[in-house]
Design a binder for this molecule. Structure first.
Ligand code: ADP
Ligand code: MG
Length: 282
């Protein structure tokens, strides 16, 4: 009996099954007491090992994909964003848009949950075994510009074409450096109809000329990025500022397409309201 047990332990070490080895004694005791049948005991051991492996795989893939702040759909309070169709977001979490190489645009003012939702969809994709890479537009362009300077742009573009889902966060927050739009276009063009993307932005598509400092590039980008696209416009207010809504002037609070923070900074001057120029597709 004990010789067999030693042999099982050696097998588990040889097979690199640390979790099964750890739970072996406990499972055997349960089997001896009759709480588990032999089959259930084997199943429990293998199940424990598989769960550990899966957790390690997900952890490593999240790190590789730069999904460093884990956000979940379960942790998203849909009641706070009534304009958002919960079922539509949950349908997106089925990930068919990734397999169809579509582009999902999440639009809305700062704090309305764009990064949260983009990350949560990325986490779902990783759990389902898809490859994901998360970046901000500024970091993405900086990395492409660096690669271009170093003569490794082709390799960088190839690297960024590998993940099945590329998440590009924060389009429109920072002005794009000269030549940046062109580099982003090269990537978008390389991924076009080959890989899915999630893009988040606080600016409407009509403002992309300003964002990229180049209307020709912006038009070419939108041409690719609005073909096979899903547009989700979040109309609601900032979740970050929800407890301080009373500090935000009433005229700002009622306008979903103005950024409260900006308005607070520009005290005394009426906030600039831009027309909503996005049009939902699908
Ligand atoms: P955005 O990217 O649109 O500026 P974020 O997704 O970063 O906004 O959201 C800001 C913070 O508020 C994050 O910590 C996020 O997790 C949280 N948050 C935003 N919306 C919700 C929500 N509806 N339910 C729960 N947390 C939310
Ligand atoms: Mg964000």
């Amino acid at each position: 009996m004990s010789a067999t047990l030693d042999s099982i332990r050696r097998h588990l070490v040889g097979l690199k099954m640390p979790r099964a080895l750890e739970t072996l004694d406990h499972v055997l005791r349960q089997a001896e007491r009759g709480t588990l049948t032999t089959l259930e005991a084997i199943d429990a051991l293998l199940g424990e090992e598989l769960a550990l492996r899966e957790a390690c795989r997900v952890k490593a893939a999240l790190q590789m994909g730069r999904l460093l702040t884990v956000k979940t759909l379960a942790g998203f309070d849909f009641a706070f964003q009534p304009s958002l169709d919960r079922d539509r977001i949950l349908a997106l979490a089925q990930l068919d848009f990734i397999d169809r190489h579509e582009v999902l645009h999440l639009l809305g003012q700062p704090g309305c949950g764009k990064t949260h939702l983009a990350t949560a969809l990325g986490v779902e994709a990783v759990k389902a075994g898809r490859t994901v890479y998360f970046t901000t537009l500024a970091d993405l362009i900086a990395s492409l510009a660096k690669a271009e300077r170093e003569g490794t742009l082709r390799e960088r573009l190839r690297f960024l074409c590998r993940p099945q889902l590329l998440i590009v966060d924060e389009i429109g927050y920072l002005p794009v450096v000269p030549g940046g739009g062109n580099l982003f276009f090269q990537l978008v063009n390389a991924r076009y109809e080959k890989g899915a993307m999630v893009l988040t932005s606080n600016r409407g598509f009509a403002e992309w000329g300003d964002v990229f400092g180049d209307t020709v590039v912006a038009t070419a980008l939108l041409d690719r990025l609005l073909h096979h696209a899903i547009v989700v416009q979040i109309e609601g207010a900032s979740y970050r500022l929800r407890q301080h809504a009373d500090l935000i002037p009433e005229n700002v609070r009622r306008r979903p397409d103005t950024a409260p923070l900006q308005a607070i900074r520009k005290r005394g001057r009426p906030p600039k309201v831009r027309p909503t120029d996005t049009h939902p597709i699908n």
